[in-house]
Design a protein around this ligand. Sequence first.
Ligand code: NDP
Length: 339
Amino acid sequence: MAKVNIPKFKLNNGMEIPALGYGTWLGMNDKFEVKMEDLTKLVDAMSYAIDVGYRHVDTAHLYRVEPEVGLVVRRKITEGVVKREDVFITTKVWQHNHREADVEASVRASLRRMGLDYFDLVLMHWPMSISVEGVDEKIDYLDTWRGFETVLQKGLVKSIGVSNFNLSQMKRLLAHCKVVPVVNQVEINLNLGQEDLVSYCKANNVQVVGFTTFGSMVGRAAPATLQPKMDNPTMLALGKKYNKTVTQIALRYLYQRGVATIPKSISKERVLENASVFDFELDNNEMATLAKFDVGYRTEKAPFWQHYENYPFEDPGVATFEIPLSLRKWKDCDNYEFE
Ligand code: NDP
């Protein structure tokens, strides 16, 4: 079987995070329901990912897949493929668990669902606090962060971090926290370079983990004029030079910027392809050329959250519908009683 060797980035607490991990969000269909029909394929692809050498898995309470993700990890431990300490497992606390004490309840529930004793990393999924009814609870994320510091102190998690925090939210958090987050997980790709945020995080020893790293190149609606697309001549030429695909060029670019990535795929072929980006190097001119695709275009704006306190993005556009139910209430994963 093919194998990949994935390098690691050092975190500010001395731990190491593999520079590329396996994302587990199944995505949504056009009715804004999670594509649970792909769950079996996700389980197979994730098993394969660990077999070929992935050692980092990204999941969340929201994703409804914690039980299956936990099962795969435990199975791979039983099979002797990995030891628990070899795999870096991240989960996230959803928006309706932002009261300080609810953070611990959420983390304990995630541990139970996954059948694990600890997480390597737990993230505050968003800076906003929203109840299952869609009410803006306006809980300050600094208060929520104290709940994160508590689960760290209690040993339920080895490190704590945030997600979808913008630059001013990061500055405010760092000015007031006892424990500096190890990670800020944000959308980052060729069209959304996040230069200021990445520079600030680097200067302050916070590792950036990127999601939606293919941006609008893969499976997302985007303006016809937005480049690169999969047939972009610059990308194809780089792919030809290094014998890589366009998506591999995109992932390699982020790695060379010091950003960890967590591409999701339910295809074994693409699982292997995505992790096969550590055997070539883009030169400085090529990095500069790719940087020019950064036009600040965000794929995931979630405009339905724009009026909630601490919504992090500028220019959300027009909200044409309310928060999809699947982002507030769902079966299983501990809030089934709301369904
Ligand atoms: P990705 O950028 O990983 O894109 C996933 C899509 O790309 C799927 O349609 C997948 O299809 C396809 N794909 C994967 N690899 C390739 C390839 N080599 N060539 C062509 N197509 C490919 O997007 P996500 O938005 O899922 O982000 C990745 C992960 O980040 C998530 O799974 C989740 O863990 C995390 N995330 C975190 C968020 C947060 O708020 N913190 C928000 C969104 C995501 P297929 O499966 O068929 O291969």
